[in-house]
Design a protein around this ligand. Structure first.
Ligand code: ADP
Ligand code: 5GP
Length: 207
């Protein structure tokens, strides 16, 4: 990892529950990698800590941050607002750090459109199956079926954005998926997505 001299932007997106937060945390343990901690108006989950997982803020405060132009990107996702702090990200990039983002397709589009002078790689994570995704969501949301349903309702729409990403990876076995992402990040795996396989997998997810 230490071979990276200049800062880069690495974005992971996926339908909710596919595992991007878990993967982003694992990647951030590498030297010179740092997570962009987002602001959100969502309530914290029992195991989440303010300043570590998110900056949990009120809707009013979030609006103030938008007005003050403090976000690199922001979006409404599942009835809540989420945004990435411009100052913190740019500071890290300027000192040559690699910044990893766990953000949705709306935020990814906004960052892509800004054409920043840093390397940008976008990665879309797919679940192995819809059933496995549901299981992961139920486990994480501690059987709060209202939240699970809300997220599953967006599954198709979120999934449909995969084509906008540089690389697509299936998160079946966590370690294997992690290793694939590291290869992509290190630029060892420059191959454009395996479109035939991914198309087939997406079709399976939609049935
Ligand atoms: P996302 O950020 O994409 O919504 P999370 O990282 O929160 O997803 O993962 C959802 C749940 O699935 C968590 O409970 C996590 O521990 C679990 N999980 C993540 N990756 C795997 C995997 N490869 N196999 C089994 N469970 C996983
Ligand atoms: P969760 O509530 O599960 O933590 O996140 C819900 C969704 O919001 C996920 O798709 C996640 O990637 C996205 N998200 C988290 N932070 C941000 C952010 O700062 N900006 C955008 N656009 N999406 C975010």
């Amino acid at each position: 990892m230490s071979s990276f001299k200049k800062g880069g932007i690495f974005i992971l997106s996926s339908p909710s529950g596919a595992g991007k937060t878990t993967l982003v945390k694992k990647i951030s343990r590498n030297k010179n990698f740092s997570i962009s901690i987002s602001h959100t108006t969502r309530k914290p989950r029992p195991n989440e800590k303010n300043g570590r997982d998110y900056y949990f803020v009120s809707k009013n405060y979030f609006r103030k941050l938008i007005k003050r132009n403090e976000f690199l990107e922001h979006a409404k996702v599942f009835e809540n607002y989420y945004g990435s702090s411009k100052k913190k990200v740019i500071e890290k990039l300027k000192v040559g750090k690699n910044v990893i983002f766990d953000i949705d397709w709306q935020g990814t589009r906004q960052i892509r459109n800004q054409k920043l002078k840093y390397k940008l790689i976008t990665i879309f994570i797919l679940p192995p199956s819809k059933n496995e995704l549901l299981k992961r969501l139920i486990k994480r949301e501690k059987k709060n079926m209202r939240t699970v349903k809300k997220r599953m309702k967006e599954f198709k729409k979120d999934l449909s954005k995969w084509k906008e990403y540089d690389q697509i990876v299936v998160n079946d076995d966590l370690d294997k998926c992690y290793k694939k992402i590291i290869k992509i990040i290190k630029n060892v795996d420059k191959n454009k997505k395996n479109l035939k396989f991914i198309n087939k997998h997406v079709k399976k997810l939609l049935t």
